[in-house]
Design a protein around this ligand. Structure first.
Ligand SMILES: *Cc1c(COP(=O)(O)O)cnc(C)c1O
Length: 426
């Protein structure tokens, strides 16, 4: 590895980067007064510096206005959640009425399954992708149990081929064909949390519908990261969290999408709460629930304003950028990363890349496998101020986030990793 060539290449790419000015809008953590190399935006995105101001506006309104803030706050709390419909619809490719900011991811997943997983004695299976983030598997299995079925029988996982972490769309299609009479719902991740694999959502959605199943997507690792056209793709429902690539803070408010075609379907069961009631009659405290139009009708509770203030700070940054610019930089930055790791893997044969080689089939994430010494390498990286993510037994996940990571960050990471590997060899 020629370090100075790598650094000057990175600096050249940074100089041409259309998004480079956004880095300064985020707080980059420091250790001993040095900025860390932060590659954990797939776990917790960095804080927009403006979040402090957005939060203090709400605490100031709360302290000065008390309950009157519902109507008189600078952004009245009563309608606060509505500010998110437009920016979120742009990010997930939906109509504003199809999206709502509410609750958190797993809660929303359950609420959506109440409406879209409606098993019968013959059609009661849920198909999910294999090695999924545990919360999704727990949620799906517990819904199956809740309806009186057995997850052993009714939960199907599409596993990768042995020796690979990639789950081919064709494999999912063949499972769907095989179980076409018995699958009630398909749930996939837009981007797989472990491998960074990006799924062809449109293709799997079609296959699910052809098999007579409803189709939902978990966008935890996809939202703010990859192109989404939920409306055009005919996805039935989607859920996401806002604290990964959407940078809206720990435990930040999640989101949900319900396709317009289901918005006014009165036969769809749902768990109801007063905030999902039609606004015109919400405060008349009427006896019967009358759902608000669109995704809003799935809300339960009044909105968590403090968490939403940070969400607003972040989405106002997204509002200043074209999503295509984020996607273009994601491809280039992740490819640069991929190439750096490939050159290291050429030299150290126990290092390999789990993520897909095709940029169109991954998000802003490269998962690196270390056949040995992985944890030690991870610890040494951490000692040098590199923030990445360790997954047992052997994988380091690295997420170069287009909004705040630079090509220089990537080059520095490559150089540090190379030094650590050389040191361990000696
Ligand atoms: C991050 C993530 C979650 C987290 O769920 P919460 O309800 O927000 O705690 C769930 N599923 C997937 C796939 C994730 O990546």
């Amino acid at each position: 590895m020629n370090k100075s060539t790598l650094m000057s290449k990175a600096e050249g790419l940074d100089a041409e980067d259309k998004l480079s000015r956004f880095r300064d809008l985020f707080s980059i953590p420091t250790i001993n007064n040095n900025q860390v190399l932060y590659f954990c935006g797939n776990s917790l995105g960095l804080m927009p510096k403006s979040a402090t101001e957005y939060l203090s506006r709400e605490t100031a309104d709360w302290s000065m206005l008390g309950v009157a803030g519902h109507h008189e706050a600078s952004s009245p709390w009563l309608s606060y959640h509505r500010m998110f419909a437009k920016p979120l619809s742009k990010i997930v490719g939906a109509l504003p009425s199809e999206v709502v900011a509410m609750n958190s991811l797993t809660v929303n997943l359950h609420l959506m399954m109440v409406s879209f997983y409606r098993p019968t004695t013959t059609r009661n299976k849920i198909l999910i992708v294999g090695q999924e983030f545990p919360s999704d598997r727990y949620a799906a299995a517990s819904q199956i149990l809740f309806h009186g079925f057995d997850p052993q029988h009714s939960l199907i996982e599409a596993m990768p081929e042995p020796g690979s972490q990639i789950i081919e769309e064709s494999h999912i299609e063949s499972i769907l064909a095989e179980h076409a009479d018995s699958i009630a719902m398909v749930l996939i991740s837009g981007v797989h949390y472990y491998s960074g694999q990006r799924f062809d959502i449109e293709r799997i959605c079609k296959a699910a519908h052809n098999a007579g199943a409803t189709f939902g997507v978990d966008l935890a690792h996809a939202v703010g990261n990859v192109e989404l056209k939920l409306h055009d793709w005919n996805v039935d429902f989607a859920v996401w969290c806002s604290y990964k690539y959407l940078n809206s803070g720990p435990g930040g408010v999640g989101g949900a999408f319900v396709h317009q075609q289901h918005a006014a379907n009165p036969s769809l069961p749902r768990f109801a709460g007063w905030w999902g009631n039609d606004e015109a009659s919400r405060f008349q405290m009427e006896y019967d629930f009358s759902a608000a139009n669109g995704a809003d009708g799935w809300q339960l509770s009044n909105a968590p304003i403090l968490s939403m203030a940070a969400h607003k700070a972040s989405l106002d940054i997204f509002d200043q950028v074209e999503m295509v610019d984020i996607f273009r930089k994601r491809d280039q930055l992740t490819q640069f990363f991929f190439d750096v790791i490939c050159s290291i893997a050429d030299e150290f044969d126990f290092v390999s890349i789990v993520s897909h080689a095709d940029p169109q089939r991954r998000g802003a994430q490269i998962s690196i496998r270390f056949e040995k010494q992985g944890k030690e390498i991870f610890n040494r990286l951490a000692e040098q101020g590199v923030v990445v993510d360790w997954r047992n037994p052997s994988v380091i996940r690295v997420a170069p986030a287009p909004l705040y990571n630079s090509y220089t960050d990537v080059a520095k990471f490559g150089i540090l990793l190379h030094e650590i590997l050389e040191d361990l060899r000696n």
